[in-house]
Design a protein. Structure first.
Length: 630
């Protein structure tokens, strides 16, 4: 009797279950009232169909309830970009067959990682369908990149915003040189999360491969895909700020502009990076942005488990020191990172390549002096005189890990060829107008020397130190040479001025100097005499030239300001001038009046990137190409 009661209970439960199914959802069936073949897509089909490059098709099952007869059912397929196509416009069921399959084709050569396309399958004749089953199946089809997690490392942005984040680093198993950093930029309410890239893809380039038509020649360079920071610039109608590899933009497309996108260190296996740095173009499409392509440390990614070693080295030259025994030293102050324990220093000529000297010191091919942090004294050999440099090398395991240099002059072995002429005046119409809102020139006193061995070559001592001081910045302690051997053919070669306001080291040059460095003085003077400055009555006057901006407008200028990979027209006011101490009294009096009247805005123009649109940035390479076949 207990068994009978149990059976009765089961029958009652089943009856309740079938009653519930009658009022159920779309995937419920009422066998008693629904007629026909009842063709449907299973509710268990995945929302994403993964495809591979090994084959060119996959199948999707289609089910039916009534299997009594053989039937053919029309099925339609729609796909984004028509990437997926159906092998047939219908599927067939044999008698007593409950499941059949639709073959979907694709071209495996066109597959891109993580590019998923929407596909919609529809049973084309509703007489074959059932109200209790799915007659439409939507899914995303594509191939996920084969990445595995290496763990969590760090992502540091230290150019525009300044932050450090923990990020997951993934490695592509099919292409081990490809990596992915997940969660690079903050995701807070102040950013537009709908457009922010979920991850940053980057890879180590191999010499010989091409990037945007440019052949890679150097090892360990890094390429990264376009990345959306999620930041919107409210100053430019909420323009979206992107991070681009330098090769994306025409004026930094050449490989020379990628060299700061590089592997900084490898892990012990010698294959997996330990730390990489990115030097991107921060860009707002159609507007412009910030060029960090020549900067170190703009973005640094440290891989999981990598121990960062501090081999930093900074050296400040302080002067020449002679001890009671008559030995001569270059004296200076040295600051070292915690891991810089094997450090050597040597004095060589400025004509020597500092990196080659460092390699020779590390290899033991050149004898150098052991030094440590603090005040150091580096011997100056008897054979050295004139323009010299101190080279400080940090060595670990026989390799150069850090390098610092400093230029100086010492004439212990011979007469100093530079003789001071006294104080003259310099009117800067280059750097000050570019970095101040007023855009006016700035006149000030400067010591001027002449070379006794080559008369007519002048040196403006620490030319931009007054500008640096006015801006409240350090630097400018660099001498600038002006060649006036021919008073009608005066020029300035490209020379650093010792300033960097965050857009790359600044240097200046004239058109004449640029061409002379390429073709020689005589050829340029013969074909382009009007581009030279002139020296008359102790005043060096620079001609006003005409160029063309990137927008096609005519621009007047006198010289060039170079910063990083970019060049800008200088002398826009037409007031660039040098007044020698030997100038006439009237010329000096005029310079004095200009110096006293100078209304110099001491605040650096921080919004230079918007201001430079008015300056009409133009690459000197493009401008001068039409004369390069001189």
């Amino acid at each position: 009797m207990k068994i009978n009661k149990l059976y009765l209970g089961l029958f009652s439960l089943l009856a309740l279950m079938f009653t519930g199914c009658k009022d159920g959802g779309d995937d419920s069936y009422d066998w008693a009232t629904v007629s026909g073949n009842q063709v449907f897509f299973s509710n268990e089909l995945p929302a994403t169909q993964e495809i591979t490059r090994d084959v060119s098709s996959f199948t999707v099952p289609i089910n039916r309830i009534n299997t009594a007869e053989a039937i053919t059912v029309p099925v339609t397929l729609t796909s984004e970009d028509n990437f997926f196509t159906a092998a047939a416009s219908s599927v067939s069921f044999a008698a007593n067959q409950a499941v059949t399959y639709l073959t979907i084709n694709y071209d495996p050569s066109l597959i891109q990682y993580d590019e998923f396309r929407k596909v919609v399958l529809t049973i084309g004749d509703e007489t074959y369908t059932t109200p209790y089953g799915k007659s439409v199946y939507e899914f995303l089809g594509g191939m996920s990149a084969p990445y595995i997690s290496l763990g969590y490392g760090t992502f540091v942005e230290d150019y525009l915003w300044g932050f450090e984040r923990s990020v997951e680093i993934l490695q592509n198993q099919e292409y081990p040189n490809m990596f992915r950093a997940v969660g690079c930029f903050p995701r807070t309410s102040s950013y537009d999360l709908s457009v922010q890239s979920p991850y940053l893809d980057f890879r180590i380039l191999t010499p010989g491969e091409e990037v945007r038509g440019v052949t890679v020649t150097q090892p360990d360079l890094i390429y990264f895909e376009d990345y959306h920071t999620g930041y919107l610039n409210s100053s430019y109608d909420n323009a979206e700020i992107m991070i681009y590899h330098p090769s994306k933009l025409s004026n930094t497309k050449a490989e020379d502009y990628w060299l700061h996108n590089v592997v900084l260190a490898y892990q012990e296996d010698g294959k997996t990076p330990g730390q990489v740095q990115l030097a991107p173009r921060y860009y707002m499409d159609g507007i412009g942005g910030w060029n960090a392509s020549q900067e170190d440390g703009a973005i640094t990614i440290t891989f999981p488990g990598f121990v960062v070693r501090d081999y930093s080295v900074e050296y400040d030259y302080a002067g020449v020191f002679t001890n009671p025994s008559g030995d001569v030293f270059a004296m200076g102050t040295l600051e070292l990172g915690a891991d810089a324990t094997n450090v050597k220093a040597i004095v060589v000529s400025q004509d020597d390549d500092a990196e080659a000297v460092a390699d020779a010191v590390a290899a033991g091919e050149v004898e150098a002096t052991d030094v440590s942090a603090g005040t150091i004294y580096v011997p100056i050999g008897e054979e050295y005189t004139g323009k010299l440099q101190v080279v400080v090398v940090v060595i670990d395991e026989g390799e150069v890990k850090g390098l610092a240099t400093a230029n100086f002059e010492y004439y212990g072995g011979g007469a100093n060829p530079w003789q001071s002429l006294g104080m003259g005046y310099y009117t800067d119409d280059l750097i000050v107008p570019l970095f101040t809102e007023a855009g006016q020139s700035y006149t000030y006193q400067v010591e001027i020397q002449e070379n006794t061995e080559t008369p007519g070559i002048y040196r403006l001592v620490k030319l931009y130190a007054p500008v640096a001081a006015a801006f409240g910045e350090e630097g400018g302690n660099v001498d600038i040479e002006v060649n006036a051997e021919d008073p009608t053919g005066v020029y300035i070669l490209d020379q650093p001025v010792g300033l960097d306001f965050g857009y790359g080291a600044i240097s200046i040059e004239t058109d004449a100097g640029y061409y002379v460095s390429k073709y020689g003085f005589d050829a340029v003077k013969n074909q382009l005499p009007n581009i030279f400055a002139t020296l008359a009555d102790g005043v060096i006057s620079f001609p006003v030239l005409e160029g063309q901006s990137s927008s096609g407008a005519t621009v007047q200028y006198q010289a060039w300001i170079n910063m990083g990979s970019s060049s800008y027209y200088g002398g826009r006011n037409g007031e660039l001038q040098i007044v020698l101490p030997s100038a006439s009294a009237s010329a000096k009096a005029k310079a004095v009046r200009k110096a006293k009247a100078a209304d110099f805005a001491r605040r650096l123009y921080r919004n230079f990137d918007s201001y430079k649109k008015d300056m009409r940035e133009t690459q000197k390479i493009l401008k001068r190409a039409k004369i390069d076949n001189m």
